[in-house]
Design a protein around this ligand. Structure first.
Ligand code: 28F
Length: 639
């Protein structure tokens, strides 16, 4: 950006005029990454990000997001609203410029907002370009103004509507169905993101409403005074783990224009959950902020352990040991974030490593000195991890020697599809050989592959997770997916775009779903983050009268179907998928036009992970209540 623009006051003239919106419509992927369901959701995030920027600037504390019945999304904030004058350079109303000129809004400039969110930061104009229709209402200086667009072009000129006591911006948009693979928003994806943003920006309240089902609107408000501390508490609650020390450890600090904060708490589980963020963007691939945290954590725990003789002789904790049972959030905000890696989700700024490791080193040390009881528990947990690591290493070597995971051959139980391009293919993971056989006969073999899983083996797998590496059920799964596991995991090698878990709606089915979700979550996490994992939702009843057939997925739906078809209906209750013939299976759970799929989010996986811990004995108390509470969730997957 030119110095001339940089030196200007923040105002109408700072908008950078870069390109027209036609380019966005021609190559949407360049601006939002993908036109899949993930890209679709990005539209909401872009608009909400602008409200959050206004909140971070200190002028807005309430954001309202709703999914409307007509397929549109409305975002409202109570910020200052956009200056209502003309943009001097473009000689158009500023509001129009923000929504029509690429990169407008000052996100990429200095000045203006100190710290702007959004990795892509492509802004409102890209959302506008990719929407059939977009309506803006702007309240500022006692007046309300409006402007509307169609496919990025002004359809109703900027105009004054009338007086108002309010202030802030409202945007409503209808995504363009000729651009996106789907224009149906997934409530859970939106909720997960909004909740995350509320945690990352303490004090901002975000209300979410799903108004698409008129009779039963859904509403939830996310508002956390505790910020990332509350985030850690929330995650541990979701995991259903017992924490090892009372309070969440929180450290923060800043240098120049960068700020960093870390919240962490150990629990009694054997896995870790470290989520890192840069400018409110989840950095899935980590980066300098996460490395700074890990390095400092390892050093501080080793130093403390040695100083107080908890670590003996040559005993040393590795970076992996100190993470066992840790839930942590690392969040940094900086002016000129640099991202690397294929997914552009890895922070590269080296000064951030120094900042984070500096504050963790200094402040965590102080915490440990002031809380010796907690310090001892934490270090002993890490020592136990170090010993378990040795044992696990041996188990892994055994599997490696067998060469199972390295072999490029496909499992013999896999009925593969003909299509090779993953974006068009689906892999059904089917509980049991009998349902597997029916699915094989009933599928559309062009794009649907079937892998039967041996449920019994999964159910008795009550040992440590390392045993899974040699499990007869999991190894074929790893082979079929083709993308490896753990540190060798490479999502670009994934052989199927959708991985669909098809299991009965009973306890056995729930076990299998739980184990699979836990497995994906712990070892193939990007599959969940990138929305590849689904649960098929089989019907509970078949209601028929002569040739007319209705499938019902709940008791209410069954009653409706009975009412619709009139008297003399026959009602069949499915006990399991294995009971259906191939036509029924196709109609109810495999036909893309008719089936119901639930996309698995990180929240679902977290719940499954927690349940898995209980089933596998990670957690002993209060076992029964916990299973009862959560088994229902995993069985029904909250549909
Ligand atoms: C529903 C989405 O986009 N909210 C926004 C503001 C506030 C300002 C602003 C936005 C001004 C000249 C670019 C107000 N007063 N919600 C939103 N709230 N943009 S977007 O300014 C944009 C610049 O050109 C704002 C003083 N400064 C900034």
């Amino acid at each position: 950006m030119s110095e001339e623009i940089k030196d200007m006051q923040y105002g109408d003239s700072q908008i950078q005029v870069l390109e027209g919106l036609e380019a966005v419509r021609k190559r949407p992927g360049m601006y939002i990454g993908t036109t899949s369901v993930k890209g679709l959701h990005h539209l909401i995030y872009e608009i909400v990000d602008n409200s959050i920027d206004e909140a971070l600037a200190g002028f807005c504390d309430f954001i309202d997001v709703s999914l409307n019945d007509d397929g549109s999304v409305t975002v409202v904030d109570d910020g200052r609203g956009v200056p209502s004058g003309m943009h001097p350079k473009a000689n158009r109303p500023t509001l129009e410029v923000i929504f029509t000129i690429l990169h407008a809004g000052g996100k990429f400039g200095g000045g203006g907002y100190q710290i702007a969110g959004g990795l892509h930061g492509v802004g409102a104009s890209v959302v506008n370009a990719l929407s059939n229709k977009l309506i803006v209402r702007n309240k500022r200086d006692g007046k309300e103004y409006g402007i509307s667009f169609e496919k990025g072009k002004v359809s109703e000129e900027f105009h004054e509507i009338g007086p108002t006591d309010g202030h802030g911006l409202t945007v409503q948009f209808w995504p363009d169905d000729t651009i996106f693979e789907t224009v149906e928003f997934d409530r859970n994806l939106v909720i997960t993101r909004l909740r995350e943003q509320a945690f990352l920006n303490a004090g901002i309240c975000i209300r979410f409403r799903d108004l698409r089902n008129g009779d039963e609107p859904f509403e939830e408000t996310f508002c956390y005074e505790g910020g990332i501390r509350s985030f850690v508490e929330y995650l541990n609650e979701q995991k259903g783990v017992s924490v090892l020390h009372e309070d969440v450890i929180y450290v923060s600090g800043s240098k120049d224009t960068s700020i960093a904060e870390v919240a962490m708490q150990y629990n009694d589980s054997y896995n870790n959950l470290i989520l890192s963020f840069a400018n409110n963007m989840h950095t899935i691939d980590g980066g300098t902020h996460e490395t700074g945290f890990r390095v400092a954590l390892t050093k501080v725990l080793n130093d403390y352990g040695k100083k107080y003789n908890i670590l003996k002789n040559e005993e040393k904790l590795t970076g992996e040991d100190v993470l066992e049972g840790l839930t942590a959030i690392v969040s940094v905000k900086l002016e000129d974030a640099q991202f690397e890696s294929q997914t552009k989700a890895k922070l590269g700024n080296s000064e951030i490593r120094t900042l984070v490791s500096g504050i963790v080193q200094e402040k965590l040390e102080t915490y440990l000195e002031e809380n010796p009881a907690s310090a001892k528990i934490i270090i002993e947990k890490s020592i136990a991890a170090a010993r378990a690591r040795e044992a696990a290493k041996k188990a892994r070597e055994l599997t490696r020697r067998k060469g199972l995971l390295e072999s490029s051959s496909l499992p013999h139980k896999l009925a593969d599809c003909n299509e090779r391009r993953p974006e068009f293919t689906e892999l059904y993971l089917v509980e049991g050989d009998s349902a597997g056989g029916t699915a094989k006969d009933g599928r559309e073999s062009h794009f649907q592959a079937i892998l039967p899983l041996r449920g019994k083996i999964l159910n008795v797998e009550k040992s440590h997770l390392d045993r899974i590496y040699s499990s007869d059920s999991i190894v074929p799964l790893i082979q079929a997916l083709g993308c490896g596991i753990g540190t060798e995991f490479d999502i670009s090698k994934l052989r199927y775009g959708k991985i669909i878990i098809m299991a009965d709606a009973d306890v056995d089915g729930s076990h299998i779903r739980t184990l699979l979700l836990t497995f994906f979550f712990r070892h193939m996490r990007p599959l969940i983050d990138e929305g590849h994992i689904f649960a098929a939702v089989p019907p509970l009843y078949k209601v028929s009268r002569g040739k007319a057939v209705r499938y019902a997925y709940s008791d209410e739906e069954k009653d409706l179907a009975v009412a619709e078809l009139g008297g003399n209906v026959s009602i069949e209750r499915y006990k399991g998928l294995g009971e259906m013939d191939k036509e029924q299976l196709w109609e109810t759970t495999m036909d893309p036009e008719r089936r119901i799929l639930k996309r698995i989010t990180v929240d679902d996986a977290l719940k499954a992970d927690a349940l898995f811990s209980v089933l596998m004995g990670d957690k002993v108390e209060p076992r029964r209540a916990f299973i009862q509470e959560n088994a229902k969730y995993v069985t029904n997957l909250d549909i």
